[in-house]
Design a protein around this ligand. Structure first.
Ligand code: 26V
Length: 813
């Protein structure tokens, strides 16, 4: 039993129990009485109690890691999409039962209190959520580790829907303070920008023109089944002095305020885009800001412990979460050489043993490049270092591949066609120990396509680490019903040893077990139905098949293909209203990047189709379409447990991995998916009989594209497809504005970059099989159990174990 269990807490020598501690915090910090306290007050008082347990564990973990001189993993990420922290903290601290009984005592609904906590949405989508799952696993596996990122004042925007259109609102998540963060007032570093570089006696001296301060705020990430924790250290930007005093004393308040706001701007808001880097100077400032603060912190910690940097590479492993922290390469070189006097060779020896890089996308337009001009202006010393890395690298390549100037141009860290730009992917690869993709197919395609030249130059550098998700949040916390059921069959702490799920296979044909699984699913669907009613006013039948697609709205993810199927189904139903149609609810959720016109138009189309379908009396409520607004972690937790069908329908070869696909299957949804990303590995693990795979494979897409894909021919060749597109084009769903979706129809008939029309027939056909399968309840439930039991390998504990072993050289228990 740990200290924070139902045993008394040791609080400054006073023994108190959970309830006493919560009530004390309510009175002393929150400033409320039991009689006046709102659910938010109780949430805060509970968080403050949990926080004490976390603080104690943090101190112990740091002490232990320092004592053994452990190698630490540093996960550098511009995004951490954490969501709420309370349920997770209470579970990790074994305080969940105390909390439940306290709520009972107070006659409060636990959910009402938990739901007052705002989501920490410091990320856009998959990449940021993966980082959050990794922190949970790093702590749970006891890996000495820090996550480093930015304490954005405003996280991912809140999505409102007005007249079927997305409207973005600021996410002021810190408005009422953050009970989980520990401001480390003594930990701060200066972040220089701009200015010039001079060579004094042959040594470079950078004189920056601007400096801001990075201040540390820690969030303690508890492990499960262990008292160890990980640290998420987020940096807030401030002016060097809170006020520009000289300006202030001259009475120039405006200038004083300007200095301050210019500095604080850096950590003000998360860049709300997950697809195309827009090359904005502020973004580059953000990247350098958190990279230098983190590296200065790592170096300072190391010097405190070892008084030398000679062995830094033995004690630190730095993972770049995509290229957003790629400036770590020149910055680590700069710190080692300019600030600590190492030679180029020694600095490079260290850097290239410390840094590794994870790639999360194959889309060439999503891989960052920065104009040399901006880099020169903002980070002149770093540009010099990048040029020197490039010079040495290209010399090596030229020697190994004599005469191949085309190769030199392709692998150069500088793109010279048009405006000169620094290629952050190339920079990351050249400096890395390992470069990994995030699912088998993705890692294979990475070395066959975008990084083929590098794979030839560095054949041993490339590897795969398939993504995973934390089963604590994505099963334990979000699906207590299923968790309890599994707990009856598996002994011990299966949530930290997820391979044990395989033992459930033997119950796949067990009627009693399957009936229990069905009961839990229905209850979860009822919970989601109530939420849908509350958020959208739409009434759905929990007994209908719930078909769900939730993720960022992007053309390659093909929400539009899903809509085309819904319209086809609608056509069939109105043509034959008396047939025995499988009742269905098609649920969508996801945000569109604010500047992404086509994605926003797709959201609007979903709403127009929903309005038409949901109000057509001929369907007798057997088809419903729902768009749930403001998709975020806490909404996802309600959605995954309630799905029958998980839509994972990206064009083969475009989705690096996907992680929502894993969350669905883990909660007993069956996947309708293309042979893409981690869908493939899910299929291998749950069995091809238990998943609905359809559509063109990557090679087929490639072939079709080379032969010259003509979407119009597919349209002419399929009467249903033609009717569906004509229906949209005719303004059937928008009589008030018949041409509203002209751009969508034109795109599909013109280029159809993502091959929707080519996959349409197979997709519609697959859904007929789904309907048939769903009617055979016993067989369906068998498939459900095979899905759950096959998902053991998709725990992020397995993923982090592989990073430790194959990339970081860190031992785990
Ligand atoms: C690009 C940009 C451009 C500048 C503004 C902010 C921003 C943020 C993110 C990105 C790249 C996004 C890449 C990404 O999220 N990839 C996803 O990573 C998941 C975790 O590995 C994976 O499951 C998804 O398949 C992949 O799309």
């Amino acid at each position: 039993m740990n200290k924070m269990g139902s045993e008394p807490l040791d609080q400054g020598g006073i023994d108190v129990t959970f309830d006493v501690s919560v009530e004390r915090h309510l009175k002393n910090e929150v400033g409320a009485t039991q009689a006046t306290a709102t659910p938010t007050d109780w949430m805060r008082a509970t968080a403050l109690t949990a926080r004490e347990g976390l603080a104690a564990r943090w101190l112990q973990t740091q002490h232990d890691d320092n004592a053994v001189g452990a190698r630490r993993a540093y996960y550098l990420s511009a995004e951490f999409l954490i969501g709420r922290a309370m349920s997770n903290a209470l579970a990790a601290l074994n305080l969940d039962k105390d909390f439940a009984s306290e709520m009972k005592k107070l006659k409060l609904e636990p959910a009402d209190v938990l739901e007052t906590e705002p989501d920490a949405a410091l990320g856009n989508g998959g990449l940021g959520r993966l980082a959050a799952c990794f922190l949970d696993s790093l702590a749970t596996l006891g890996v000495p580790s820090f996550g480093y990122g930015i304490r954005y004042e405003f996280g991912m925007f809140t999505q409102r829907i007005q007249d079927g259109k997305q409207v973005e609102m600021p996410d002021n998540w810190l408005a009422n303070g953050n009970p989980w963060e520990f401001p480390r007032r003594d930990i701060h570093y200066i972040v220089p920008f701009g200015g010039w570089v001079e060579y004094v006696n042959g040594r470079p001296v950078w004189t920056p023109s601007e400096r801001v301060m990075a201040r540390a705020y820690d969030m303690v990430i508890p492990g499960h089944g262990t008292e160890r924790v990980s640290t998420l250290r987020l940096w807030k930007a401030t002016a060097l002095e809170e006020l520009d005093l000289s300006a202030h004393t001259r009475g120039d308040y405006a200038r004083a305020a300007e200095t301050r706001s210019k500095a604080e701007n850096i950590s003000w808001v998360l860049y709300p885009d997950d697809s195309t880097p827009q090359g904005r100077e502020l973004r580059l400032r953000q990247e350098f800001f958190f990279v230098t603060a983190s590296l200065q912190d790592i170096v300072a910690r190391h010097i405190r412990a070892y008084s030398t940097l000679e062995n830094l590479h033995e004690k630190a492993a730095i993972q770049l979460n995509d290229t957003h922290p790629a400036l770590a390469v020149p910055e680590l070189m700069r710190l080692l050489m300019d600030e600590h006097g190492l030679s180029w060779e020694d600095a490079w020896y260290q850097t290239s043993r410390i840094i590794s890089y994870t790639n999360h996308t194959l889309m060439p337009e999503a891989i960052e490049t920065w104009p040399v001009g901006i880099m020169q202006y903002l980070l002149p010393r770093h540009l010099d270092i990048i040029y020197e890395i490039n010079r040495r690298f290209l010399t090596m390549v030229a020697a190994r591949f004599p005469g191949d100037t085309a190769l030199l141009n392709r692998v150069s860290l500088i793109a010279e066609d048009g405006e000169k730009r620094v290629r952050m992917g190339n920079l990351s690869i050249v400096a890395s120990t390992k470069v990994n993709g995030v699912a088998k197919l993705h890692s294979d395609l990475m070395v066959q396509t975008i990084f083929a030249d590098f794979a030839k130059i560095f054949p041993d550098r490339f590897t795969n680490v398939t993504n995973g998700v934390t089963p604590r949040r994505w099963l334990g916390q979000c699906n207590p019903g299923l968790t309890k059921l599994i707990g009856k069959k598996l002994r011990g702490q299966w949530q930290i040893d997820l391979d044990q799920l395989a033992k459930l296979k033997k119950y796949a044909n067990d009627e009693a077990f399957c009936a229990e699984v069905a009961k839990v699913k229905l209850a979860n669907k009822e919970r989601l139905a109530a939420y849908i009613k509350r958020e959208t006013g739409i009434v759905v039948d929990p007994n209908a098949l719930f078909d769900i697609q939730v993720k960022r709205i992007h053309e390659y993810k093909r929400q539009l293909l899903n809509v085309l199927h819904v319209i086809q189904r609608y056509r069939e139903m109105i043509a034959n209203p008396n047939a025995d149609w499988q009742p269905r609810v098609h649920i969508f959720a996801g945000k569109a990047a604010s500047a992404y016109k086509m994605a926003k138009l797709i959201i609007r189309l979903i709403h127009d189709v929903a309005r038409t379908v949901n109000n057509d009396p001929r369907l007798k409520d057997r088809l419903k379409v729902v768009f749930l607004p403001d998709y975020r972690v806490s909404v996802a937790e309600k959605i995954f447990p309630a799905a029958d069908i998980s839509e994972q329908i990206s064009t083969a070869g475009t989705e690096a991995s996907g992680t929502g696909n894993m969350k669905f299957a883990l909660n007993g949804a069956l996947t309708v998916g293309t042979w893409d990303g981690a869908n493939i590995e899910i299929a291998e693990n749950v069995g091809l009989d238990n998943i609905f795979v359809f559509g063109l494979r990557t090679e087929e897409v490639e072939k079709l594209s080379q032969e010259g894909y003509n979407p119009r021919a597919w349209y002419e060749g399929n009467a249903d497809l033609k009717a569906v597109l004509d229906m949209i084009a005719s303004g059937y769903f928008t009589p008030e504005e018949p041409t509203r979706y002209q751009a969508i129809v034109d795109t599909l008939l013109g280029r159809d970059q993502y091959f929707l029309l080519a996959d349409f027939a197979a997709y519609v056909e697959t859904h007929r099989h789904v309907d048939a399968a769903y009617r055979d309840k016993a067989t369906w439930l068998t498939k459900v159990v095979h899905n759950i039991s096959g998902m053991g390998m998709f725990s992020s504990d397995r993923t982090i174990g592989e990073y430790c072993k194959n990339i970081w050289g860190i031992k785990t228990r």
